[in-house]
Ligand binder design. Sequence first.
Ligand SMILES: [Mg+2]
Length: 337
Amino acid sequence: MASLIERYAAVVCDLDGVVYRGPDAVDHAVGALSGLTVPIVYATNNASRPPEEVAAHLTDLGLHASGRDVATSSQAGAEELAAHLPHGARVLAVGGVGVREALQAKGFRVLQPAQVRDDPGQRVAGVLQGYGPDVTAADLAEAAYAVAAGAMWVATNTDGTLPTHRGTAPGNGTLVAAVRRAVNRDPVVVGKPEAPLYHLCAGRLGIEVRRVLAVGDRLDTDIAGAVSAGMDSVLVLTGVDSVTTLATAPRQLRPTYLVEDLRSLQDEYDDAETDYSWWVCGNDRRRVVDGRWEVASQGAAMEAARAGIAALHQGLDDGDLDTETVRRLVRDLDDWQ
Ligand SMILES: [Mg+2]
């Protein structure tokens, strides 16, 4: 049987919670990624850092990565604007240096909010809004004026919050919501959970979407984005989401595969399968009867998790289980946590 990664020609890998957590590497991540022979693109919703800076962080952790191996939501945003606006068009950059550089790389004439403020006669054809720690209310006002005047509005991502070393800060989605309130219009969003960032990665690799495996730790961004991009995906349990949160996830947030960490990419993967009565994964064989587990044979932790999750999802989809029952049943599965 082939390993999980042998089913694919490339990997698109999330960063936070998969490769690193803050400055430090996630356990086993560097070794596991270094051992892969397929190309990897690291895809991040973080719009503020340019790809070279992200690549330098990865290199510090012991990975071989250059700027070209990193795809940011700023780049996906610049790509989206380039698909609709003429080369050299004037675009307002709201956000960090990563936003500005991505637009410059696409040949746009980039204007900063202060430049437009000082010379309001300069009409812009587009606005790219991404996160930057120094974005001000005055910057958001310039974005709102430009959008109201007809500029195409692209948001890199709509993550509502941003974890920092001091706590939780308002993320780009919160700043986008401020502009949306003023203009009463929605932006085009390119980062996860939307598809364009993943499509940018596949395009850069020159590999069909269906032959690329997306790796992530968050259901509502990484996995949802893969589903909307038509990519298979794997959830790793080293970050935000868990078997518990996966149990109640709706269809469009469900990964193709579930693994503990990145080492499992090199392992054979036992899919959960059903014979229309039991769910089976490896040595684990179980089903839900009258709101309780019936376990014909108990497998290893991840086998039980995969068979159990498959059974719970089927119960939800068929209307046989409500979310409260699913939450209780997944607690009973908790050996693997
Ligand atoms: Mg993540």
